[in-house]
Design a binder for this molecule. Structure first.
Ligand code: AMP
Length: 303
């Protein structure tokens, strides 16, 4: 059986991160990066993005090693998207120190004909304008998941409201869900976002406190896989999304049962990312490590 590929629109960036475990400057980051590397353990991801002249070749080699399709990765004159963040002892709280859009500013994706027919799509963190342009080019999409950040909610909440009825699953972290819905209770926030027309469900991630899935027919709550040392929480949300859609695209079935299992795979991929800085954990990750953690999580929630 041929696995479904996944189209991923998002940022490829150079991140500078400070956590209680250390500091890293200009390491590989970006929403599409984390999502694609995570999804690559399930099926073939296709990255739709842009980088500048300063984007190191070694990162391109990592994408190729993970069999990520980068045919539609543009290289433009100028600097790559860059982002700086600091975390304290609570990994759920981060302070964004700077966002430099650089070549990502005004980037509007243009799909190759072969990519217009992809059925599984992840609109990762990127400008809502670019997400709408991509949605307009899709010819056979069957399952679309979507993510955003406060950076975009602040400026473009009206465009986000237009996107929600065109997607199947919306992903938020707790603070973004509260920010967007103007609700302080996450159950109310999830249901309110669902009521804006999202076709299947809303996922709200709470870092080390687990995640919710609110659908039109059921609610699910999963704990996080317990990790002793969260070295760098960056990319947890994107890796969650990569595992979530990766599992669904691989099996080719989206129903209540598979959505619940996808939540577990998302949880596992997020738990792996945070164990090292940037995407470093994936440099030595094997499929059997994912399976092992999946079974452990099942054991943890069983009673
Ligand atoms: P996460 O920790 O999963 O929320 O995602 C963090 C990643 O998103 C980092 O690697 C950043 O490079 C990237 N990122 C941060 N801000 C933005 C933004 N405004 N647009 C697109 N990507 C971003």
């Amino acid at each position: 059986m041929q696995k479904n590929k996944i189209l991923i629109l998002g940022s490829l960036g150079l991140d500078s991160i400070q956590t209680p475990f250390g500091k890293r400057k200009n390491i590989l980051g970006g929403s599409a990066t984390h999502a694609a590397i995570s999804a690559s353990y399930f099926t073939t991801p296709i990255i739709i993005s842009v980088v500048g002249e300063d984007f190191p070749e070694e990162h391109i080699r990592l994408f190729k090693k993970n069999k990520i399709d980068i045919k539609n990765l543009q290289r433009k004159k100028g600097k790559t998207f860059a982002w700086e963040a600091r975390y304290g002892h609570n990994p759920n709280e981060r302070e964004v120190l700077a966002t430099y859009e650089n070549v990502l500013k005004d980037y509007l994706p243009s799909l190759l004909p072969e990519h217009q027919k992809i059925k599984y799509v992840f609109l990762a963190n990127n400008s809502p304008a670019s997400q709408i342009i991509l949605l307009d080019q899709l010819k056979s999409a069957e399952f679309i998941i979507w993510d955003t950040m406060s950076f975009w909610i602040d400026k473009y909440a009206d465009q986000i409201l237009k996107i929600l009825p065109r997607i199947d699953i919306a992903l938020f972290n707790d603070s973004e869900a509260m920010h967007f819905s103007k609700e302080i209770n996450l159950v109310k926030a999830g249901r309110k976002i669902l009521s804006h027309g999202v076709r299947k469900g809303v996922v709200i991630k709470k870092g080390e406190h687990g995640s919710f899935l609110f659908t039109h027919s059921f609610t699910m709550h999963l704990p996080a896989y317990p990790i002793e040392e969260v070295k760098d929480p960056t990319g947890a949300g994107d890796s969650f999304a990569g595992g979530f859609i990766g599992f669904l695209a691989k099996t080719g079935k989206v129903n209540d049962k598979s959505l619940k299992k996808a939540m577990a795979y998302g949880t596992i991929m997020a738990s792996l990312t945070v164990e090292e800085f940037g995407a470093d954990r994936f440099k030595k990750l094997e499929k059997k490590d994912i399976r092992k953690r999946f079974l452990e999580l099942k054991e943890i929630i069983g009673f």
